[in-house]
Design a protein around this ligand. Structure first.
Ligand SMILES: *[C@@H]1O[C@H](CO)[C@@H](O)[C@H](O)[C@H]1NC(C)=O
Ligand SMILES: *[C@@H]1O[C@H](CO)[C@@H](O)[C@H](O)[C@H]1NC(C)=O
Ligand SMILES: *[C@@H]1O[C@H](CO)[C@@H](O)[C@H](O)[C@H]1NC(C)=O
Ligand SMILES: *[C@@H]1O[C@H](CO)[C@@H](O)[C@H](O)[C@H]1NC(C)=O
Ligand SMILES: *[C@@H]1O[C@H](CO)[C@@H](O)[C@H](O)[C@H]1NC(C)=O
Ligand SMILES: *[C@@H]1O[C@H](CO)[C@@H](O)[C@H](O)[C@H]1NC(C)=O
Ligand SMILES: *[C@@H]1O[C@H](CO)[C@@H](O)[C@H](O)[C@H]1NC(C)=O
Ligand SMILES: CC(=O)N[C@H]1CO[C@H](CO)[C@@H](O)[C@@H]1O
Length: 332
């Protein structure tokens, strides 16, 4: 390559934003999109997403002077099908319940994977497609009713706040926008080490993050939370040194991409391709653990871009830690 070509390329790269990657902001902000794309027909759900939801994510309007009770809902993942196996690992699913005191009607809001957890954590390596293929959309589901038994049995159903119908209606508007722009699920939180003061490289984006965002929004709108209640959440961590940006999927797997890196990413995900049963997902998590610990390599996918993570001990951890309910504007 001639010097002139090299300089030209450098200029193009810098103007294309490569220079900014030097002053990387941590954690890398989760990207919001203008709209939610229709998923590729290759992605097929094992369980239909939001089967009892309102059409188009409609959220019923409350009377402004209604009093709405807010419930924290938590239960072991897949409990309804596979007993509380995952509850023992404290892999919990979070949701929010609402009850109108004027009508007595109640509702559930939750945010989860369109095509199940395995498909959001690992992509499909398809013989006919160069890039690993992700079925990783997640979305909010709002439906009438609260299944008391499901949440109470091995989880929780606790009142955490009371608010006006007017606050609820403002939240509903925010929730629809949040749903249209935050479109993909992220299982992992990536940070430098397990201490509380660790640098966070990437934040997860899952059911509990939706609950935390919604609580935060309600607090901003003036809702008062009962701070005496302890609220713990499941977090799945990866530990690594400073991540190295590799490129977006179109670039890496396109004609200009580095074939060595592209093949390494494919090979990495081939061993972790999604399986059909949750038990097997647990087995692959254990498999990830061994591979990642031995080879200290993880190719991480975030905002539809790949990063190389130089993995560090303790590599992977599942915690069930407290994240307190938010303070209201008035008492901060
Ligand atoms: C994951 O995606 C594949 C391919 O679309 C689909 O067959 C499967 O049902 C999905 N769910 C799970 C749990 O693997
Ligand atoms: C969120 O988006 C999904 C997928 O498009 C849709 O099925 C659901 O109804 C929406 N939920 C809300 C509350 O807007
Ligand atoms: C929600 O409504 C259903 C149906 O009326 C009822 O069985 C259930 O106990 C209610 N749960 C709460 C927490 O209000
Ligand atoms: C982070 O916290 C640990 C203890 O949890 C402490 O030993 C360490 O000095 C702290 N580091 C910084 C930079 O504050
Ligand atoms: C992917 O990266 C390339 C090279 O940096 C860039 O030109 C392109 O616009 C990016 N594509 C997307 C969809 O971000
Ligand atoms: C591709 O990436 C590998 C590993 O980072 C590196 O050793 C190699 O020089 C790169 N090849 C090209 C053509 O840039
Ligand atoms: C909840 O989190 C707190 C602090 O993070 C911890 O001390 C407590 O043991 C956790 N509770 C459970 C049931 O794990
Ligand atoms: C599915 C289910 O009910 N699992 C457990 C819930 O908790 C009770 C009491 O600890 C257990 O007996 C159940 O097996």
């Amino acid at each position: 390559m001639s010097l002139a070509t090299w300089l030209l390329l450098t200029a193009v790269f810098i103007s294309a934003g490569f220079g900014e990657k030097q002053q990387q902001v941590w954690p890398v902000p989760y990207k919001h999109f203008d709209y939610r794309p229709t998923p590729d027909p290759f992605c097929q759900a094992l369980y239909t997403f939001c089967p009892t939801g309102y059409p188009d994510g409609h959220i019923p309007l409350m009377k402004d002077d209604d009093t709405i009770e807010v419930f924290r809902l938590q239960a072991p993942v897949w409990e309804f099908k596979y007993g509380d196996l995952l509850g023992h690992f404290k892999i919990m699913h979070d949701a929010i319940g609402f009850r109108s005191s004027l009508t007595g009607e109640n509702y559930t809001a939750e945010w989860y994977e369109l095509f199940q957890l395995g498909n959001c954590t690992f992509p499909h390596v398809r013989p006919d497609v160069a890039a690993p293929f992700w079925c990783n959309q997640g979305a909010a589901c709002f439906f009438r009713g609260i299944d008391d038994q499901h949440w109470k049995k091995n989880g929780s159903l606790i009142t955490v706040a009371k608010l006006t119908g007017s606050i609820f209606n403002q939240m509903a508007k925010w929730m629809k926008k949040d749903n249209d722009t935050g479109i993909y699920y992220e299982t992992w939180t990536v940070q430098a080490h397990p201490d509380a003061n660790s640098t966070v490289w990437f934040e997860s984006y899952d059911c509990s993050k939706f609950v935390l965002r919604t609580y935060q929004k309600l607090a901003e709108l003036g809702a008062i939370f009962d701070k005496k209640i302890q609220t713990n959440y499941t977090r799945i961590f990866l530990y690594s040194g400073e991540p190295v940006f590799l490129g977006n999927e179109t670039y890496l797997f396109g004609p200009q991409g580095n074939k060595t890196i592209a093949n390494e990413i494919r090979d990495f995900y081939y061993s972790f391709r999604p399986h059909q049963s949750p038990t097997e997902i647990l087995l692959s998590l254990i498999q990830v653990f061994t591979e990642v610990c031995l080879e200290t390599v993880f190719f991480f996918f975030y905002n539809f871009e790949y990063w190389y993570l130089p993995m560090k001990s303790p590599f992977i951890k599942i915690t069930y830690e407290e994240i307190p309910l938010p303070n209201t504007k008035e008492n901060t």
